[in-house]
Design a protein around this ligand. Structure first.
Ligand code: PGA
Length: 250
């Protein structure tokens, strides 16, 4: 049986508004074809500014739009923040939270990430919860401890049956071209899958991998059991590369 695969394009701050619109406009038919087979889900995550425009552009297509972050507060005096309710009102379907860049550059804690997951789920947005260890933690063989700590607050807040995505992204793999050994990744996904059956038994959980995914490694990585897709940064900025990743993975 072919497995269902989720492909999330994380454009970070590397795709300005016009480029994000052109990505969809120029590749509309190809995107539609890519997402057509059952079992392939494509999610594009532009900056906040481009969300509304892209949601409107993909209307009637089976392409989904996701945000790259949201506030851990519902509303109020939080200048510069964007709330889950606003994302819901513009029909945003997914939201990346807890990306390692947000954890390290913006000092986000796992408790805040869990709070964001809670508010997103309350607003029917699927959270893409990012977790992963740093190079130092990997070298000190602390990966499972770190993942456990990052996930513990998440288990506390998710209590209704719903959809959740967990993205395992080793920090030392993001943007570096370095991919963990397949055996290592298999251990992680086996472990994650067990954790999810223990804590999220009522949820539909998809486990994806992120970190230097490109057209040269996608086919091989897609063989990992219990892994349901990819979170793609750099390679998702180029439509041909993104398309090849999707085609090679299934
Ligand atoms: P990368 O980024 O594919 O450029 O390594 C992945 C991510 O940060 O989500």
């Amino acid at each position: 049986m072919t497995k269902s695969l989720l492909f999330v394009a994380n454009w970070k701050m590397s795709m300005p508004f016009h480029a994000a619109c052109s990505f969809v406009q120029d590749n509309k038919h190809e995107l539609e074809k890519l997402a057509a087979p059952t079992g392939t889900t494509i999610v594009l995550c532009p900056s906040f500014v481009a969300l509304d425009a892209l949601v409107k552009m993909v209307h009637n297509m089976s392409i989904y739009i996701g945000a790259q972050n949201c506030s851990d507060h519902l509303a109020g005096a939080f200048t510069g923040e964007v709330d889950a309710q606003s994302l819901q009102q513009i029909n945003c379907s997914y939201c990346i939270i807890g990306h390692s860049e947000r954890r390290s550059l913006f000092r986000e804690t796992s408790e805040e990430v869990a709070q964001k997951a809670k508010f997103l789920l309350e607003h029917t947005i699927i959270p893409i919860i990012c977790i992963g260890e740093t190079k130092e933690q990997y070298e000190a063989q602390q990966t499972f401890d770190i993942l456990e700590k990052q996930l513990a607050p998440v288990w506390q807040v998710i209590d209704q049956p719903t959809n959740v995505v967990i993205a395992y992204e080793p920090v030392w793999s993001i943007g570096t071209g370095i991919i963990p050994e397949k055996e290592y990744l298999q251990k992680i996904f086996d472990w994650l899958s067990k954790q999810c059956s223990q804590y999220l038994s009522k949820m539909i959980v998809q486990l994806i991998y992120g970190g230097s995914v490109d057209q040269n490694n996608a086919k091989d990585l897609a063989q990992i059991a219990k892994m349901d897709g990819f979170l793609i940064g750099g390679a998702s900025l180029d439509f041909q590369k993104f398309k090849n990743i999707v085609l090679l993975s299934r």
